[in-house]
Design a protein around this ligand. Structure first.
Ligand code: CTP
Length: 402
C-alpha cells in the first residue's frame, strides 16, 4: 500500500503549458489510492479542460470564487473548506506569476485563496522558461517559499515550449508523485525505524494432528503491524497460526507454528530492530515428547507430559540494548500490580494491560480495553476501543516515550 493511500490531495493547476501533463498526475495519485480534488486558475483552463481533470479525479473541478447556482443566486466555492479538507496541496505547474503571488499573499483567484487558507504541507512544481526560472526574482521567491516550509520540486532540464533548451520544464508527473510519496514517508514519525511484533497463538504439537493452543485471533498484533507500517516503519510480524493476512504489502510476515519457532524467528531480527512488541499469546507449556504417529484411542487415561516454553519477551528483555520493548499482560487479579511486576521481571520498557473486566474486550473480539504502564510506574488508561484504535493509542504512547 502506498503512503499516498487515503491521502486527500488538493492539486492546484496554474496557467502554464505544462498543465497538459496534470491529468497524468491525477491518474498516478488516484492509482496510489489518494483522493484528489483540483483547483485551477482561470488561465489554466486554456491549457487543460476542467472536464478532463474532473473525470479523472472523480470530483468537481473549481476555478472561480462563484459557480452557477439555482435561479439568480450563484454558489460560493468555499476555498477555506477545500483547503482544510486537504492533507496536502500540490501546485503543479506553478507559474512565475503564481509563485510571486504566493510569496506576497495576493489572493486574486480561488487557487491562491485555497493556498493561503491551507494548513497542510504544500508542494510546488515550478515550470517556466529558462531565463525566467533563473531570474533572481524567481529564485528569491522560491527560496522564500522554502522558508515558509514548503517543498519545491525543482524544474528539470530539457526542451521548452519556447523552443529553447534548458532548465525550466516541470518535473515529470511520475517523478513528482514519487517525490511526494518519499517526502511524506520521511515526515512519517517512524520513518527509518524497524518494528518487530509477535502475534497470534502458538500451537504445541502432541502428535501430527493434535496440539495445545489457545483462542488468540492475532487481531491485536496485526492491527499493531498495520499501524506501524502506516507510521512509516519497516515491520516484521512474526505470527502464530491465524486466519489473518497483512494488508499493507510492506509488512514482512513470518508465519510460525510453535513457541520454539516463534523464538527462533524473533531472534533472527531482534538485534537490528528499534521497537519490539510481544503481542503473541505464546503457549506457556509444550509436550515433552511429541510423537510422530497419531496417538490411537485406548481405554484408560492418556498422560501428556509438559515442559515450559522459552519466554520470548523475557529473553528480549535480557538481550535488550537500545530497543524499546513492549509486552502485554492479561491479569485477573491485582491487575496493575501484577502487570507492573511483569514489566520489571521481563525488563520491558512498558506493558499493555488487557482488561478482562469488559465482556466485549480481549481474545478473538474486535475491541480491547487497555492500560499503558511504563516502567517508571506511570500509567494511562483508555476506554474500550476497536483494536485498530488501540494500536494507534499504543504507538502514540511509544512515540512519546522514545
Ligand atoms: N510471552 C512470551 N513468551 C512466552 C510467554 C509470554 O513472549 N513464552 C509474552 C507475551 O507475548 C506477553 C507477555 O509475555 O507480551 C506476558 O504474557 P502472559 O501470558 O500474560 O504472562 P506470563 O509471563 O506467561 O505469566 P502468567 O501467565 O503467569 O501471568
Amino acid at each position: 500500500m502506498s503512503i499516498l493511500s487515503g491521502k486527500k490531495v488538493l492539486l492546484g493547476v496554474t496557467g502554464g503549458i505544462a498543465a497538459y501533463k496534470t491529468p497524468l498526475i491525477v491518474r498516478l495519485l488516484i492509482k496510489q489510492g489518494a483522493e484528489v480534488k483540483v483547483v485551477m486558475t482561470p488561465s489554466a483552463t486554456d491549457f487543460v479542460t476542467p472536464l478532463t481533470l474532473s473525470t479523472l479525479s472523480q470530483n468537481p473541478v473549481v476555478s472561480t470564487f462563484t459557480a452557477e447556482g439555482e435561479g439568480d443566486h450563484p454558489n460560493w466555492n468555499n476555498h477555506v473548506e477545500l483547503a482544510l479538507w486537504a492533507d496536502l496541496m500540490l501546485i503543479a505547474p506553478a507559474t512565475s506569476n503564481t509563485i510571486s503571488s504566493m510569496v506576497n499573499a495576493r489572493c486574486n483567484n480561488l487557487l491562491l485563496a485555497c493556498y493561503l487558507s491551507a494548513q497542510c504541507p504544500v508542494y510546488i512544481a515550478p515550470a517556466m522558461d529558462l531565463d525566467m526560472y533563473v531570474h533572481p526574482a524567481n529564485q528569491k521567491n522560491m527560496t522564500q517559499l522554502e522558508r515558509f516550509g514548503h517543498v519545491i520540486f525543482p524544474a528539470q532540464e530539457g526542451f521548452l515550449a519556447s523552443g529553447l533548451e534548458g532548465k525550466g520544464r516541470m518535473m515529470e508527473p511520475e517523478a513528482i508523485v514519487t517525490a511526494l510519496a518519499q517526502s511524506l514517508a520521511e515526515k512519517a514519525p517512524l520513518y527509518g525505524k524497524t518494528v518487530l511484533i509477535t502475534a497470534g497463538p502458538t500451537f504445541e504439537a502432541i502428535d501430527p494432528v493434535r496440539f495445545i493452543g489457545n483462542h488468540s485471533s492475532g487481531k491485536m498484533g496485526f492491527a499493531l503491524a498495520e499501524e506501524a507500517a502506516k507510521l512509516g516503519a519497516k515491520v516484521v510480524l512474526v505470527s502464530g497460526p491465524t486466519a489473518l493476512k497483512a494488508i499493507n504489502p510492506t509488512i514482512k510476515l513470518v508465519a510460525v507454528i510453535s513457541a520454539q519457532e516463534m523464538f527462533t524467528a524473533v531472534f533472527k531480527h531482534y538485534d537490528t530492530v528499534d521497537i519490539a512488541i510481544a503481542a503473541a499469546a505464546v503457549a506457556d507449556f509444550t509436550p515433552t515428547n511429541p510423537v510422530d504417529q497419531k496417538i490411537k484411542k485406548k481405554s484408560g487415561l492418556l498422560e501428556i507430559n509438559l515442559k515450559p516454553t522459552l519466554d520470548i519477551l523475557a529473553e528480549m528483555g535480557k538481550q535488550k540494548k537500545a530497543q524499546f520493548l513492549l509486552g502485554f499482560a492479561l491479569e485477573t487479579q491485582n491487575e496493575l500490580e501484577n502487570a507492573m511486576a511483569k514489566c520489571q521481571k521481563k525488563n520491558a520498557d512498558a506493558i499493555v494491560l488487557n482488561s478482562l473486566n469488559d465482556q466485549d474486550a480481549g481474545f478473538g473480539g474486535d475491541k480491547n480495553k487497555i492500560t499503558f504502564i511504563r516502567k517508571n510506574g506511570t500509567t494511562t488508561a483508555f476506554e474500550l476501543k476497536t483494536k485498530t484504535e488501540v494500536a494507534a493509542d499504543i504507538f502514540a504512547q511509544i512515540i512519546a516515550s522514545i
